[in-house]
Design a protein around this ligand. Structure first.
Ligand SMILES: C[S@@+](CC[C@H](N)C(=O)[O-])C[C@H]1O[C@@H](n2cnc3c(N)ncnc32)[C@H](O)[C@@H]1O
Length: 285
């Protein structure tokens, strides 16, 4: 980084060469699974130039070296945020939550009440609104869920958003948009302004990169992975769909984003059960 007081280079001095764009694209594909088409170069170049100025880097070369350095977490997370979006909100794509309520949860709640194990996963959960929406749906239907073997996992590659999700603090105007049916589950925040423990206790958060092998022993009954794979190229998407299919129990549900499509070998087993909704139907079952 430039020494304090030195002149920060202007935007023109940060014009990204083709070689540097390729280096960024290669890095983003290797570490995040992102596909950066050449047409994205002007966008990446202007966003990166802004970042380099903010962070007082003097060249792209220096920035690239830092991405592989010992304290790379912050830079990598910043790069990912710059290349993707964390946009999310409570009960986004509400039809998925209707399916969750009407079709997915009733037998799972019965299963949990009989002493069975239930696992739901929000993969690529961003700041947490998605897993908290799942938790609100569960809690509304099964107030005693926290006492049962009923758990929700929320993961994201970006440690910054995972910390935000764990903190469970959301602005009042965002919470005000939640349907009254569920809003009653957030009657008041605790002294620190966090969502109530009744919701927080149902969810475990963690950092997880979806393009790496999943570390789980058990399987899931439903997976939400929405508006994440859209950034992956087709071979990466197909690998991730297959990994989800393997991670689902027979009869388990996968929900994907509105502009994503199922493809590849997983589509032999993940059968359409609604809009961007799939049920795992392994061969012979
Ligand atoms: C647009 S948000 C989607 C949030 C939520 N699922 C929804 O639909 O509202 C995309 C999230 O995917 C995460 N992401 C991108 N690449 C990822 C990867 N390789 N593994 C895990 N998460 C990733 C980003 O950090 C970001 O938080």
């Amino acid at each position: 980084m430039s020494a304090e007081g030195s002149i920060t280079p202007n935007a023109e001095s940060f014009a990204l060469s083709d070689q540097e764009f390729e280096a960024i694209a290669k890095f983003a594909h290797k570490h995040f699974g992102l596909a950066l088409a050449a047409s994205k170069k002007p966008l990446v170049s202007s966003r990166l130039a802004r970042k380099l100025r903010q962070r007082n880097f003097t060249s792209f070369k220096e920035y690239l070296a830092c991405l592989d350095g010992p304290n790379a977490e912050q830079e990598r997370s910043g790069l990912l945020s710059l290349l993707t979006t964390n946009v999310t909100h409570f009960f986004r794509e509400p039809h998925h939550f209707e399916t969750l309520r009407n079709d997915v949860l009733p037998p799972l709640i019965e299963q949990a009440r009989r002493g069975g194990r239930v696992r739901l996963w929000s993969a690529g959960c961003s700041n947490g609104q998605e897993p908290y929406s799942i938790a609100m749906t569960v809690l509304d239907m099964c107030p005693e869920a926290a006492k049962l073997d009923f758990k929700i996992l929320g993961t994201d590659i970006d440690p910054v958003v995972v910390r935000h999700a764990q903190a469970a603090k959301y602005p009042e105007d965002e919470l005000a948009q939640i349907d009254a049916k569920y809003r009653k589950l957030v009657p008041a925040r605790d002294a620190e302004g966090r969502l109530p423990g009744s919701l927080r206790n149902l969810i475990t958060f963690g950092v997880l990169n979806l393009i790496e092998p999943f570390p789980f022993k058990g399987r899931f009954d439903a997976i939400f992975c929405r508006n994440v794979a859209i950034y992956f190229d087709n071979p990466t998407q197909q690998k991730v769909w297959s990994a989800f299919q393997n991670a689902l129990n027979p009869g388990g549900y996968l929900f994907i984003g509105h502009s994503e499509r199922m493809s590849g070998p997983a589509s032999q087993h993940l059968k359409t059960a609604g809009i961007t909704t799939y049920v795992n139907s392994p061969a012979g079952r």
